[in-house]
Ligand binder design. Sequence first.
Ligand SMILES: Nc1ncnc2c1ncn2[C@@H]1O[C@H](COP(=O)(O)OP(=O)(O)OP(=O)(O)O)[C@@H](O)[C@H]1O
Ligand SMILES: [Mg+2]
Length: 399
Amino acid sequence: MSRFVIITAVRDFESRVRHAIAGVLPGGLQTLPPEAVLLAPEALLQQVAGGQPDVLIFGPGVRPEDGVALAAIFDIQYPEISLVLAAPPTPELMLSAMRAGIRDVISAEIDLAELQALLQRACAASERRRRNNGQQIPSDQARGRVIAVMSPKGGVGKTTVATNLAIGLGKIDPMSVVILDLDLQFGDVATGLTLEPAHSITEAVHGAAAQDSMVLKAFLTVHPAGIYALCAPRSPAESDYITAEHVTRLINQLATEFRYVIVDTAPGLGEHCLATLELATDGVWICGMDVPSVRGLHKCFSVLSELKLLPPNRHTVLNFADRKAGLSVADVEATLGVPVDVVVPRSRSLPFSTNRGIPVLQGTTKDPAYRGLQKLVDRFNPSLVAEAQRKVHRRAMIA
Ligand SMILES: Nc1ncnc2c1ncn2[C@@H]1O[C@H](COP(=O)(O)OP(=O)(O)OP(=O)(O)O)[C@@H](O)[C@H]1O
Ligand SMILES: [Mg+2]
């Protein structure tokens, strides 16, 4: 039975949570007054009827810093309880909340459907942690989207797109995004995001983290923009010890904990890529504006279609788009046999951002490359998707 505890004195928020649970999630809701946040975890849990809850919500009326302080202790003593904080999500608060193991920071005005989905995931995570074996595949309902960013060719912008997508989705849904660098030999997600990871995928797939999603979370690196990253190994040699089975288990674990798992990959269709595609809900296919790149992607689609490994949702990105390249968007679409969904023009802002380690979507300079990347993010924004689905596909233009 899922059960919920909320600490708040704000009746409107309490009744919103009650509505979100009613008829959808099993188990009841108990409300404690704001002073409860000053109790030690054991004392607080003694006030909860019927044992440990699955989800503990620090509601409005609780000082965010008190919520974060208590969360940090809960995270160590009762990691199976999912923690949610309702407070204005400033970057500083997001960062300290992530470090304290809070799963979601939400606005007190959160819409009902969103709140429902969030609580569903929080329950699923709690249940999974209680099972504590890290290997069972969670139900589809509780799984996040697994977005594979791929291309058969190197240097076409996979990492640029993957890091910008992570930052862009992190703005919509802070703390719900993890970027996984599966370019195991020469991955550069850490460089692209100016991260200095204390741990890499190597530690995440071996030992305790592979058995327990809570431990795994401790191996992730927090980015100040409110996203998590699991970076590539420090040395290319380590990649020999990471198998396709490791990748499958890792992605399954991450998809239970995060709403978006963005996977940056190495060029081509190696075993790690294929393992990712088996689980991916979305393929973001990057194509450069040159004949080898377009032909390569066409071949890649044919092979994957035969292997029945094409993820259900396809997003084709034409990168380095340039009117003077001797190819048009229509030519690219004709060769690929699928529409181009997003065009990212060749732009000086991108190498500049790569060199600074700050994705363009983190900044405010809205050049055509920014707009192209933002358009890709919008394709994953639940509130914009319904509207976009009503629109007919129009051929993308090069700015
Ligand atoms: N639209 C663009 N205009 C100009 N430069 C770009 C564009 N997209 C990416 N770049 C630059 O191209 C370089 C390669 O990009 P990136 O590392 O993202 O490619 P990749 O596909 O991940 O490469 P690899 O296959 O080596 O992993 C980077 O310096 C990046 O800034
Ligand atoms: Mg790359």
